[in-house]
Ligand binder design. Structure first.
Ligand SMILES: NC(=O)c1ccc[n+]([C@@H]2O[C@H](COP(=O)([O-])OP(=O)(O)OC[C@H]3O[C@@H](n4cnc5c(N)ncnc54)[C@H](O)[C@@H]3O)[C@@H](O)[C@H]2O)c1
Ligand SMILES: C[C@@H](CO)CCC[C@@H](C)[C@H]1CC[C@H]2[C@@H]3[C@H](O)C=C4C[C@@H](O)CC[C@]4(C)[C@H]3CC[C@]12C
Length: 369
């Protein structure tokens, strides 16, 4: 990519480009990457909105494919200058089997790496997750930590295990020789809980509140802080990292970066109320209405019911032993590594992020009526 940016038009591939984050990355690239000549959007499920993107100056190529199929990945990667790999199974609710989560998140990432090596694509940005670090199975808080904070990353759940393994594959691949003899340059971005337009869990909470007559009931202590980051800023960090990865390969190659912005540190429920409150919902209770032991029992009951009902129907409520443990463990980041390494600054202020999300929730809610 050494030629002048204006002269050479580049080919980008976004895997998972029709997902919650992926769609924002696709749109951000089209708006803010002047070097873009072709944008390949690779996903198992292609969104109808892609059609509207094909009328612009950049060639948008929709590719329906599966990252677990190595040949499909290789065909999509061939000729790309940059790969932004967001595709993954984000499942902490027991919808997919551990094997499937591993197959998609780990083997799928392995397929992307090998495709880059075989076809000569040199720049790979991977969407990792805060869960690579924690919260760990011991419930240790991670309070305003950064990429260098010592923390015992111990996982048992298939999702964080798969993200940790995939991230390690990506970082270890940095420096491998690709077809053509030049080195592969990789980095991994670790968003905390992403919110914004398209966040299905936020929509589920809103609809749950509507069903309960506008009330939500506090289950998590307000003192438990959970890091959250606006999807537009996560997308922007991906675009910037992909842009700077060549110029700053020696500094960025093989590095991890937490995704951060000015979103306030709050409990998961209180943070959600920043958006659900203006949409008419109220959170009942200054402290959890149920004792923790009862929540643990209810979460375990949900897990048992999921197991019993699985042959008949998928029962996957928000509350399960894993989500309860994560929600009850402080995990917040405070870092400027991405700013120091590649000049990242959040594109959207907290106020703007909040307004955009509220408007989306209101629209999503009205469509639920
Ligand atoms: N949502 C969050 O809070 C969050 C936080 C940190 C990191 N992440 C990471 O960000 C990435 C995107 O997450 P998201 O929240 O947008 O999830 P999402 O489910 O909305 O998007 C994932 C996309 O990947 C696609 N996909 C899944 N399996 C595939 C396969 N086998 N082949 C091709 N495409 C496949 C899906 O169709 C979907 O469009 C994931 O890697 C996730 O681990 C998400
Ligand atoms: C106990 C319930 C009463 O209301 C609240 C349950 C909340 C949980 C559903 C969510 C609490 C923390 C969330 C996770 C966190 O934001 C980070 C994540 C990492 C990302 O890679 C994937 C999503 C998630 C695991 C996210 C999922 C939902 C929570 C567990």
């Amino acid at each position: 990519m050494a030629d002048s940016a204006q002269a050479q038009k580049l080919v980008y591939l976004v895997t998972g480009g029709c997902g919650f984050l992926g769609e924002h990355v696709v749109r951000m690239l089209l708006q803010r990457e002047p070097r873009l000549g072709e944008l390949r959007v690779f996903d198992r499920h292609l969104g109808p909105w892609l059609e509207e993107l094909k009328t612009g100056p950049v060639r948008v190529t929709a590719i329906q494919g599966d990252v677990t199929e190595a040949h499909e990945v290789a065909a999509a990667v061939a000729g790309a200058h940059v790969v932004i790999h967001t595709a993954g199974l984000v499942d902490v609710f027991g919808r997919a089997s551990p094997e499937t989560i591993h197959e998609v998140n780990v083997q799928g990432t392995r397929n992307v790496i090998e495709a880059c090596v075989q076809t000569g694509t040199r720049f790979l940005v991977y969407t990792s997750s805060m869960e690579v670090v924690g919260p760990n199975t011991k419930g240790h808080p991670f309070y305003r930590g950064n990429e260098d904070t010592l923390y015992e990353a111990v996982h048992r759940h298939p999702y964080p295990c798969s993200k940790a393994l995939a991230e390690r594959l990506v970082l270890e691949a940095n420096g491998r020789e690709v077809h053509g003899g030049l080195p592969l340059v990789t980095c991994a971005l670790r968003p905390t809980g992403i919110y914004g337009e398209g966040h299905q869990i936020m929509r589920d909470f809103y609809r749950q509140g509507l069903r309960l007559g506008g009330w939500l009931f506090r289950a998590i202590p307000a003192s438990v802080e959970h890091g959250r980051v606006y999807v537009g800023n996560v997308a922007w960090m991906h675009v910037l990292a992909a842009r700077e990865l060549e110029r700053r390969a020696a500094l960025m190659g093989g590095q991890v970066y937490f995704c951060y912005d000015g979103s306030p540190y709050k409990s998961y429920e209180d943070f959600n109320m920043e958006f659900l409150g203006p949409c008419g919902l109220q959170l009942v209770g200054a402290r959890p209405l149920l004792p923790y032991w009862l929540l643990v029992f209810l979460a375990a009951l949900n897990a048992l019911l999921q197991w019993l009902l699985r042959p008949l129907v998928l029962y996957a409520p928000l509350l399960n032993p894993y989500t309860l443990a994560v929600a009850n463990t402080t995990f917040t980041v405070s870092t400027n590594k991405a700013q120091r390494h590649f000049g990242y600054e959040p594109l959207f202020s907290w106020e703007d992020s909040r307004t955009r999300t509220i408007l989306w929730v209101q629209a999503a809610g009205s469509s639920a009526q």
